[in-house]
Write a protein that binds this ligand. Structure first.
Ligand SMILES: Nc1nc2c(c(=O)[nH]1)N[C@H]1C(S)=C(S)[C@@H](COP(=O)(O)OP(=O)(O)OC[C@H]3O[C@@H](n4cnc5c(=O)[nH]c(N)nc54)[C@H](O)[C@@H]3O)O[C@H]1N2
Ligand SMILES: Nc1nc2c(c(=O)[nH]1)N[C@H]1C(S)=C(S)[C@@H](COP(=O)(O)OP(=O)(O)OC[C@H]3O[C@@H](n4cnc5c(=O)[nH]c(N)nc54)[C@H](O)[C@@H]3O)O[C@H]1N2
Ligand code: SF4
Ligand SMILES: [Mo]
Length: 886
């Protein structure tokens, strides 16, 4: 305690797989403050912008407070009996494979364990798959092919000790910011070099020694060239060749691949190979640019082949490193969350494994074959095979490829159960039975991060309304279906102990997953559990695998997997000439149901956008700030144009975060067809053939409002602000009566209206008030609107007249003299943003404020401001993460 109220509680961040430790202090009225845990081995006190803003996302806004059945609030008793009855009836009538769960790498290990036990051991089907199929499946499959087990060999300390870090398909600076900070710290301390392999120039390139902007999908060709060069230059580790099988075949195939497929120059390729081969301590980090591909598993093995060949694996400062995306992607793999696995890294189709799990669970009904993987699972929902579906902690109607089709399938499923924090998601809106889950900060359990460190999440707030923990909901359904004994859990520690004990099965089959030392953990030990990396076996005290040449295939040896370049399935055509790449923004988490509640996080990149290269912009006759329509073979979308050389000609990039709730026409997965990797079943989310053209809007609009609104225009995108919401809009149809339209959109039929109109210019402005306070204001024009958006977002403090002028005399006090005239962004606004958001590049300013993104003439001025104002920040935060406030 530091004397300011309730004591601090140690927990783990809600978001990414870095698994940072946080210290939480509840304020006693439902909120909390957050700081990094200085003693946590993952982050040593650092946090990124998302972790720091956790306190802004725990409010009651949008929370689901009671179970709902067919749209009506009801009791838990009713809702859970109905779930149990409908699942039992489906199984009785159509067999176990007529039911399915679709779950999430964000569940706690305890939740995940119970879901998996219920489906695989008791309902008797393996139809439980998870959003990890869209995320880690190729890494899992690649690891198993090479190592005989799905195990990440290295630890975070390897990043501190490496001399070269290669980022393949990983925008670490934005997606694993605290790990990126560790790499930057190593660069400062020991000169660690950084190479980024990504078709797109990302924030992770800012400090890179080399950026290889390869052709999308050509990673295998590049790593095959590296393998051939390792062989040619005699850098093969003889010791490791003895401990492996298949080297010659892998090299032969590698030599046949044409490095030109990468689109890189021979110089670029050779400098990369020289650097990699010449640096003993090399860590190759890979993420979704590798996994989310129709050749994802082969890409993984192409990378693993190079580390195996040189023996650079499982030793300090070196190894291949698959970073996990979600906070418990790793834990989910441990408890067998995927449709093709059993708990504890055991295999469904291995008779001995299957029988051992059956005996351990005393399970009546084990499936003998693998279940449906995500894409096939939703196809089975579509075809009517699945009669009852339960979606937990994920939003597939927005994040599965071919999202429109998935949405329709879920809608037509005879019974859909959804467990979520909120009813406001694209998936929750389709639920027949909607169950209120307790969220991060309200429930207890464990998560495993990217380097196998098990950490505790601890409850510091009471679940609101009737919300309950996911494990608790699942266990009660198990009991109501008749399996009283097997699901008699009353606390998460009972589940954790059972799982820890179960890892003795893995040990007995010679597998690596071993946390048996936790089998007898008492309640207090669990409460006090400090971050622990598995295996907890004493002989592996440095926490690494495979440095000793011991692998987990039956002969104890590793496998080289011969692989060959296969381009992405989508080939640009006359109809769809561009390749659409997708990914993440720094400050938002997936479908924004939590991060989108933070005004601070929502200030960074507040609108869905598509990045297009300037050459293509000219060719297509587009201009800055246009809205553009993308079309693919399966769907379409509307995005704000950003002109940037970060994408190559012929490629475009759009982020994944917008949904029906925040920008219905900008859900990228509506465009992505469901092409999958043949081995892992992981979708190719990063290469879709699309067309790009200007949207011809009859009008453009900007609005601010106290409450969220869902206008019926072709395009709208809303973002949270301190005072409510701000919204960009556009429509193709001329609107005759703007006043009624505005009243309808904002749900303010009786508000007082103040209007300023200039019909000749097609400009219309309306402020709606309750007599005193402005509740909403809408600005419409025939042209894209230039307004002081930042200033208008302070609207509750302004009079209708001030608002409608779009700027006021006071505005120069708030915003300062205008620097960017295209978007009317003032000096003070820019300086504030540089300080508050720790901006380091002109693009950062553009991302947050749009300044400098149109004509670009203010960019030199912005650069000067940055030099002047970010220096003081840099000095203050040496060794601190980029986004940490000084
Ligand atoms: N801020 C933020 N952080 C997150 C998340 C979030 O939503 N927001 N989500 C978390 C989750 S679940 C995950 S899985 C991770 C994802 O973390 P990352 O994988 O780092 O993130 P992405 O932006 O999906 O994709 C990474 C990069 O792959 C590149 N890429 C596309 N095609 C190719 C290719 O063919 N080859 C190569 N080499 N690269 C390619 C893209 O241009 C992109 O820059 O992030 C986690 N962290
Ligand atoms: N095109 C394209 N598509 C992609 C990707 C991509 O890069 N490109 N990335 C893919 C990847 S890697 C991932 S991981 C997925 C992520 O996609 P999703 O998992 O679908 O996205 P989230 O927004 O994280 O959904 C989590 C849901 O759980 C709810 N929730 C939060 N806390 C709790 C809780 O404690 N209990 C319960 N029951 N619910 C809770 C949230 O409100 C939210 O609705 O997207 C995938 N889709
Ligand atoms: S890097 Fe950021 S989002 Fe990821 S766990 Fe740490 S604080 Fe949370
Ligand atoms: Mo992910």
């Amino acid at each position: 305690m530091d004397g300011s109220g309730l004591p601090e509680v140690r927990s783990t961040c809600a978001y990414c797989g870095v698994g940072c430790g946080v210290l939480l202090r509840p304020d006693g009225v439902g909120g909390l403050t957050v700081r990094g845990d200085p003693d946590h081995p993952a982050n040593h006190g650092r946090l990124c912008s998302k972790g720091l803003a956790l306190g802004e996302t725990v409010g009651l806004e949008h929370r689901l407070l009671a179970p709902r059945v067919f749209g009506q609030d009801t009791s838990w008793d009713n809702a859970l009996q109905l779930v149990a009855d409908r699942f039992s009836a489906a199984i009785a009538e159509h067999g176990p494979d007529s039911v399915a769960f679709y779950v999430s790498g964000q569940l706690l290990t305890e939740d995940y364990y119970v879901a998996n036990k219920l489906m695989k051991g008791f309902m008797g089907s393996a139809n439980i798959d998870t959003n990890s199929r869209l995320c880690m499946a190729s890494a899992v499959a690649g690891h198993k092919r090479a190592f005989g087990t799905d195990t990440v060999p290295g630890t975070y300390e390897d990043l501190d000790q490496a001399d070269l870090v290669v980022l393949v398909g990983s925008n670490l600076a934005w997606c694993h910011p605290v790990l990126y900070q560790r790499v930057i710290a190593a660069r400062q301390a020991r000169g660690t070099k950084i190479v980024v392999i990504d078709p797109r120039r990302t924030a992770s390139c800012d400090q890179a020694d080399l950026h290889l902007a390869l052709q999308p999908g050509s990673d295998v060709a590049l790593f095959n060239r590296l393998l051939a060069r390792i062989h040619q230059t005699g850098h093969v580790s003889a010791g490791f060749l003895d401990r492996s099988v298949g080297f010659n075949e892998a090299v032969e195939l590698a030599q046949l691949d044409d490095p030109d497929e990468t689109g890189l120059s021979p110089d670029e390729i050779e400098s990369f190979c020289d650097l990699w081969i010449g640096t003993e301590r090399v860590v190759t980090i890979f993420s979704q640019g590798v996994n989310q591909s129709s050749s994802g598993t082969d890409k993984v093995n192409a990378i693993l082949n190079c580390h195996l060949a040189t023996g650079r694996i499982g030793r300090p400062g070196m190894g291949p490193f698959s970073v996990t995306g979600q906070p418990n992607a790793m834990g989910g793999r441990e408890v067998g969350g995927l449709a093709n696995m059993l708990a504890c890294h055991l295999d469904i189709e291995n008779k001995a494994h299957n029988a051992a799990v059956r005996d351990f669970w005393k399970a009546p009904n084990m499936p003998q074959k693998q279940g449906l993987k995500a894409v096939d699972l939703f196809r089975a929902v579509e075809s009517g095979q699945i009669k009852a579906l339960w979606v937990i902690h994920t939003n597939p109607a927005a994040t599965m490829p071919d999202a429109g089709r998935v949405k329709a399938a879920i809608k037509n499923c005879p019974i859909t159960v959804v467990s979520d924090l909120t009813a406001r998601t694209d998936t929750a809106r389709l639920a027949d039975i909607l169950l209120p889950a307790a969220g991060w900060g309200e429930k207890n359990g464990t998560v495993t991060n990217s380097d196998r460190t098990i950490g505790r999440q601890r409850a510091v707030l009471l679940p609101p309304g009737q919300a309950r923990a996911d494990w608790d909901i699942l266990a009660e359904v198990g009991r109501r279906m008749g399996w009283t004994e097997a699901f008699s859990y009353e606390t998460p520690v009972q589940i954790f102990r059972e799982f820890a004990k179960m890892t003795s099965l893995a040990v007995s089959f010679g597998k690596d997953l071993d946390i048996t030392s936790f089998s007898d953990l008492d309640d207090e030990d669990y409460e006090a559990l400090s971050p622990t990396r598995w295996p907890t076996t004493p002989r592996r005290s440095d926490g690494r695998f495979f440095g000793d040449g011991q692998f987990f295939h039956p002969d104890g040896k590793a496998r080289f997997v011969p692989v060959t370049h296969r381009p992405p399935k989508a080939t640009p055509s006359e109809q769809f000439p561009f390749l659409l790449n997708t990914g993440r923004n720094r400050d938002q988490w997936h479908t924004m149901t939590r991060s989108g509640l933070s005004p601070r996080l929502s200030a960074h990149l507040a609108e869905p956008y598509v990045d297009v290269n300037p050459n293509d912009v000219d060719r297509l006759g587009l201009s800055a700030a246009d809205l553009v329509e993308l079309n693919s073979s399966v769907g379409s979308g509307i995005f704000r144009l950003r002109i940037t050389e970060s994408v190559a000609p012929g490629q475009v990039f759009a982020p994944i975060h917008w949904t029906g709730e925040t920008a219905p026409s900008a859900c990228v997965d509506a465009l992505v067809p469901s092409v999958t990797d043949p081995i892992s079943g992981q979708p190719e989310s990063k290469s879709t053939a699309v067309s790009v053209r200007r949207m011809h809007a009859a009008w453009y609009g900007f609005a601010v409002s106290v409450d969220a609104a869902s206008p019926s225009s072709e395009y709208w995108a809303s973002a949270k602000t301190t005072n409510g919401y701000r919204m960009e809009l556009a429509g193709k149809q001329i609107v005759d009566d703007w006043e009624s339209t505005a009243r309808y959109w904002f749900g303010l039929p009786d508000a007082e209206a103040t209007v300023v109109e200039d019909p000749k210019r097609g400009s219309y402005r309306i402020a709606l008030t309750d007599g005193q306070r402005v509740l909403a204001a809408l600005f419409v024009s025939r042209q894209p609107i230039t307004l002081m958006r930042d200033y208008l977002a302070t609207f509750p403090e302004l009079t209708p007249q001030q608002i409608l002028s779009g700027r006021s005399s006071a505005s120069s006090e708030v915003c300062g003299p205008i620097i960017c005239s295209c978007y009317e962004v003032g000096l003070k606004t820019i300086i504030r943003a540089i300080h508050d958001q720790h901006m380091i590049s002109v693009d950062d300013i553009g991302d947050a404020l749009q300044a400098g993104t149109n004509c670009g003439s203010c960019r030199p001025e912005l650069a000067d401001l940055l030099t002047e104002h970010s220096k003081s920040i840099r000095n203050k935060q040496k060794n601190c993460p980029q986004e940490q406030p000084a």
